[in-house]
Design a protein around this ligand. Sequence first.
Ligand SMILES: Cc1cc2nc3c(=O)[nH]c(=O)nc-3n(C[C@H](O)[C@H](O)[C@H](O)COP(=O)(O)OP(=O)(O)OC[C@H]3O[C@@H](n4cnc5c(N)ncnc54)[C@H](O)[C@@H]3O)c2cc1C
Length: 419
Amino acid sequence: MSDLSRRNFIKSLAAGAAAGTFPGIISAAGSTPRVVVIGGGFAGATAAKYLKKWSPSLSVTLIEPNAVYYSPILSNLVVTANLSLDRISFNYNDLKQKYGINVVHQYVDGIDATGHMVQLADGSKLGYDRLVVAPGIDFDTVPGLDFTKVPHAWKAGEQTLLLQKQLAAMPNNGSFVMTIPKAPYRCPPGPYERACVVADYLRVNKPGSKVIVLDANADITVEKETFSHAFNVTYSGIVEYHTNVTLQEVDSDARRAITSAGNFDADVLNVIPTQKAGKIVHSSGLVNDPTNRWAGVDPRSYESTTVKDVHIIGDSQGTGQPKAGHIGNGEAKVCADAIIRLLGGNQPYPAPMTNSACYSPIRSATTKEASWLHAVFAYDAASGKMKMVPGSLGAGAPTEKNYRRMFDWTDNLFSDTFA
Ligand SMILES: Cc1cc2nc3c(=O)[nH]c(=O)nc-3n(C[C@H](O)[C@H](O)[C@H](O)COP(=O)(O)OP(=O)(O)OC[C@H]3O[C@@H](n4cnc5c(N)ncnc54)[C@H](O)[C@@H]3O)c2cc1C
């Protein structure tokens, strides 16, 4: 199907939905098909919204334990107290009231793929025809690491506030030590962005302090020019950047990182551990990529390459796309469109494309500047490897205009997901 005819198809679904005339999909047994979505983050909430928007006759249930979602996007600016946590908080009222999604605040303990059921923490079970799994990330265990003393602040909320509080209590001439895990991890520029905004905060509020960055990677993984300039010029004498450092153990009481490059003592220690697909993806046998970390899926539908009728989107998928909220929102739309087609007895669109954008605040304490990074991904049918490959790439240097645009971009993404 050409791009144009696909757009017309989507338009006709949306038009039918708006007019309430879309004929609806009836399952073989004559009942309304049930789609269950696990996880109400950027990927899961978008999938639930667009399934219902494009096919109002579907029964869509979103299962998310928390009544409030805290966006990791922009959360570094909450760490430095530039923004309040409220600014990145979202509830599920619009998804319930505007779109008629059944939102259940529970944790999913297990998936019975044979019986097409999910098991909830309260012991109840919910049947599905198609299941979308979007639980984000889980962390590898680090010996000695206690997140109540050494925050990751890589899932937003309490952890963000804990790191904010520790930073505010830091003495002058103090040291903020942070670790970056081996890629792939959630938000490729995110850790470098954190180093920059914390350095700017310290320069103004805690004179003489340093940011020591211990990167498990061989080099800055993205926006190399921007972050090299930030570390070597903008924050010269404040940021100390070390590569190829493997974290081995943490002494959480002493705030000490024990690494392949020696021990680092900190006033504030921020450990971002190595990452993998969310727990439920692992416990349900959906992880089948060569690294044993992420879920192999067909990028045309995000259906698992292992388990039928189960689709994995967002940070947990292993298609080669970055682990990022903007692209998770795009994956969710491709997945919702594919599920509607499959339930109607059709094939998924064969050549999906997605795009990713990240704005990174580089200065936020004195002047306010942000850089940006953009990439378009396309399904690589020729390789037969179930991968999405990057096409055009773009990056923008830190400017005040980009800092303002960062909020236009996030507000657009936030409302496309939750409103
Ligand atoms: C500092 C920082 C800056 C970032 N900046 C950007 C940026 O500029 N651009 C960008 O695109 N991305 C950015 N990101 C990345 C982005 O936040 C993540 O990629 C995105 O949140 C992933 O969405 P998700 O839906 O896969 O997972 P999540 O947002 O983590 O949502 C998963 C949801 O699933 C729920 N869940 C988990 N397990 C279960 C279960 N068993 N049962 C029920 N529910 C469950 C969780 O409660 C959670 O609400 C940033 C991240 C960080 C940390």
